[in-house]
Design a protein around this ligand. Structure first.
Ligand code: ATP
Length: 412
């Protein structure tokens, strides 16, 4: 809105040719006086405008500074717990102090965030930005599955291991009272160890499924290789997230990457791995108060583990998951062909006999490959010959090498 003052009228000089010299002089003097008045008035207006300009400039400077401070001020990280798009409201939980607040959300933000997202909030908890997955190392480093679909029935062999995992992980979650009544603490952490591709991850997912728990997986090797310098923070975040999502199963795959025996070398990489492991130990030591969070870890290199992680109160239940036996392979074949259109002539016992040394993942590949052979041949029914061809192909690719050769610890 312009507030310019109105300008004074311009003085006019009208000289009548009939005027005498004196009248003319008088008229000029009057006109000069009028000009002086207008000049004074304009000078005053100019001074006032100048003063106003200075005042506005100061205000602009102040607002600019304020704006800069606002832009530079730190924002808090929070998780959106619930969001009501119609009312433009959300419940957010600030990380660190877990304070939950009901906050208003702008229509633009409502479209961009959903429950479970990480967001940045200001002092008044207004959502400033949704943290994209690129900036969210936590999201990259962890795989969160609200309801994994693996069941115990999908796991071939491993009956004893399944029972042990159920006792150590499932029962403390489903009937904690039983442990209290018996006066014993459930195992703190369960360590599954054995060669790759034998169903360790499946076991952990199946327990999460059975207990309606959120499955949160973090790979130890990625912590060390991909998130250099962030390992210990991510371990802290992992347990924080698990507490937020309880009941939950924390699954740390390839734990040997962060919990290997201490080496003599003192490179900075080792120091970083060491810090990550110390964080893991301290999280586990404070684990009792963590409610419905259970922790499972897996490793293919049990021999490399630092014994500190196996102390009571840490990974105090060790479960060996070996490569499948003959009966195990028959079951794994049966499981992986459940949905397939398989000819009656297919004999899983014969196939199991031909796949000695195969792990569960290899057996699963044989089933898929057999299906591919039938499809290539324009058939929809998969016969024994397709399975034999698949085994031949996998042998040729070298995938069927006995796992025990590469993992001497697990040569049964
Ligand atoms: P790694 O140590 O390499 O992480 P893992 O032991 O965790 O391996 P999984 O990821 O559980 O192995 O298994 C990989 C795949 O192999 C599964 O998705 C499944 O298809 C198949 N598989 C492995 N073991 C079994 C099993 N016992 N029963 C059925 N399928 C299996």
């Amino acid at each position: 809105m312009s507030r310019s003052p109105s300008l004074p009228d311009r003085p006019r000089l009208e000289l009548d040719p009939d005027m005498s010299e004196e009248e003319r002089l008088q008229a000029l003097e009057d006109h000069y006086g009028e000009i002086l008045d207008v000049h004074r008035e304009l000078t005053e207006q100019l001074d006032a405008a100048d003063a106003r300009r200075r005042q506005l400039k100061q205000e602009v400077d102040r607002i600019e500074r304020e704006n800069e401070t606002l832009k530079a001020s730190s924002l808090y990280v929070a998780t959106v717990e619930e969001i009501d798009a119609d009312d433009g409201e959300a419940v957010v939980k600030q990380h660190g102090n877990n304070q939950e607040v009901l906050t208003e959300v702008s229509p633009r933000t409502v479209e961009r965030v959903e429950a479970g997202d990480r967001v940045a909030v200001d002092d008044s908890f207004s959502i400033q930005t949704a943290l994209s997955s690129e900036t969210d190392a936590r999201a990259q480093a962890m795989e969160v599955d609200e309801s994994p679909d693996v069941t115990y029935g999908d796991i071939g062999g491993l009956k004893g291991q399944t029972t042990e995992v159920r006792e150590a992980v499932e029962q403390p979650l489903t009937s904690p009272g039983q442990f209290e009544a018996a006066g014993i603490d459930p195992p703190s952490g369960v360590l599954l160890h054995g060669p790759p591709g034998t169903g360790k991850t499946m076991l952990a997912r199946a327990v999460a499924n059975q207990t309606d728990a959120t499955f949160i997986k973090m790979a130890g090797s990625e912590l060390v290789r991909k998130f250099i310098g962030e390992g210990s923070r991510l371990v802290r975040d992992l347990f924080e997230l698990a507490a937020e999502r309880e009941p939950s199963i924390v699954f740390i795959d390839e734990i040997d990457a962060i919990a290997a025996k201490r080496t003599e070398s003192k490179t900075s990489g080792d120091a970083e791995v060491q810090r990550t492991m110390m964080q893991l130990l301290s999280e586990m030591d404070g684990f009792e108060d963590r409610g419905e969070v259970r922790i499972i870890a897996a490793t293919n290199r049990f021999d490399m583990l630092d014994r500190a992680i196996l102390r009571p109160g840490r990974f105090d239940r060790l479960i060996e998951v070996p490569e499948p036996s003959f009966e195990g392979r028959v079951e794994i074949f049966e499981i992986h062909t459940r949905e397939m259109n398989v000819d009656d002539n297919v004999d899983y016992e014969v196939l199991a006999g031909h796949t000695d040394g195969y792990n569960g993942a290899d057996v699963a590949s044989v089933a898929t490959e057999a299906g591919m052979f039938a499809i290539r041949d324009d058939r929809t029914e998969i016969g024994m010959a397709d399975f034999e061809n698949a085994i031949e192909k996998i042998e040729a690719d070298g995938a069927g090498e006995p796992v025990s050769a590469a993992y001497p610890d697990y040569a049964y």
